[in-house]
Design a protein around this ligand. Sequence first.
Ligand SMILES: NC(=O)C1=CN([C@@H]2O[C@H](COP(=O)(O)OP(=O)(O)OC[C@H]3O[C@@H](n4cnc5c(N)ncnc54)[C@H](OP(=O)(O)O)[C@@H]3O)[C@@H](O)[C@H]2O)C=CC1
Ligand SMILES: CC(=O)N[C@@H](CCC(=O)OP(=O)(O)O)C(=O)O
Length: 330
Amino acid sequence: MDIAIIGASGYAGGDLMRLITLHPHTDLTCATSRKLDGTPVSLDQPHLKGFVDITYTNPDVNDIDADVVFLAVPHTVAMQYAGSLHERGIKTVDLSADYRLPQGIYEEIYGVTHTAYFDAPYGLPELHRDAIKKASFIANPGCFPTGAILAAAPVADLAQTIIYDSKTGVSGAGDTVSETTHYPNVADNINPYKWTAHRHLSEMQLEISRLESRASVHFTPHLVPVTRGILTTAHILTERPVTKDEIQMRYRHMYRDEPFIRLQTPKLASVRGTNFCDIAFEVEDGGRRIVAVSVIDNLMKGAAGQAVQNMNIICGFDETEGLLFPAAAP
Ligand SMILES: NC(=O)C1=CN([C@@H]2O[C@H](COP(=O)(O)OP(=O)(O)OC[C@H]3O[C@@H](n4cnc5c(N)ncnc54)[C@H](OP(=O)(O)O)[C@@H]3O)[C@@H](O)[C@H]2O)C=CC1
Ligand SMILES: CC(=O)N[C@@H](CCC(=O)OP(=O)(O)O)C(=O)O
């Protein structure tokens, strides 16, 4: 299958190229960049030398012809491509936020008018596999919501309150240089940001509410000095006392056949560069608080890996094709 990656010169686009070039059923035929139009990909991303031998192009959206298109561009840019791809029935996985929320909520949170809105399934396969299977356009989830929702999903209906505390690597901010991501400001440091109103909160709230949960959901992210990875601690305050055995059964049951969920002590290094989400939990004495912790690689299960997982589903491939490899842990 021919694959086009729009926004290939970015961090998520780079990881998509790494995965697509190793995938047994796909050929990368188009990798776009405005700034690097005409430049060989491997000059810009030398780790891909010997694997990707095409040059970046900057085609008009109507000239993009591929079996599957990945949109790895910022929100508001993705919608400029999505309409044409959707009308032409081209299978598309959008890594941006443009189709993750109902239009009204999106416009409120992102402060923009959506110019090409249509409904798309939320591409978290562990919760929405059946809807994804039937669709040709998938809204790939945000990085924080992926780890957060998976950490609490098995017990969301028991929760009164869920407080998410996340630590993220710097690649989550993309490859644009900024004061926040400047080395001296990140190294040897931990910075909380958007303490009470991060734009991913509404994605978490919506998905948790779809799990028959009435919980109020709260979220505070922190920037930590690592390149890849998100560790999320979910403090789940329950409506009634629970037991460890009961909660263990729920996690084991919900994730029993999930190829990318591993119930084990979460360590960032165990998932770096992979599509795995590792999760563990403990129940506080008295049974009124479950502490669940998840780790993902923000560029993989949080972006490119999950996007390829979604591509596998909509193309009828084995869901794990091209994605089953362990981390290069220390
Ligand atoms: N980084 C992460 O951990 C995650 C990212 N995402 C989402 O994935 C998308 C890509 O993120 P990321 O790779 O980090 O971002 P980067 O900033 O690293 O890359 C952005 C890419 O989009 C291209 N681009 C930017 N503006 C335009 C435009 N107006 N028209 C066409 N192309 C454009 C850039 O190419 P050029 O400037 O060369 O033209 C570049 O290739 C975003 O929507 C992001 O929110 C989702 C989950 C996690
Ligand atoms: C460190 C950092 O800045 N992280 C980004 C993660 C957002 C992201 O990746 O965007 P998606 O909505 O497409 O998932 C942030 O907090 O906004």
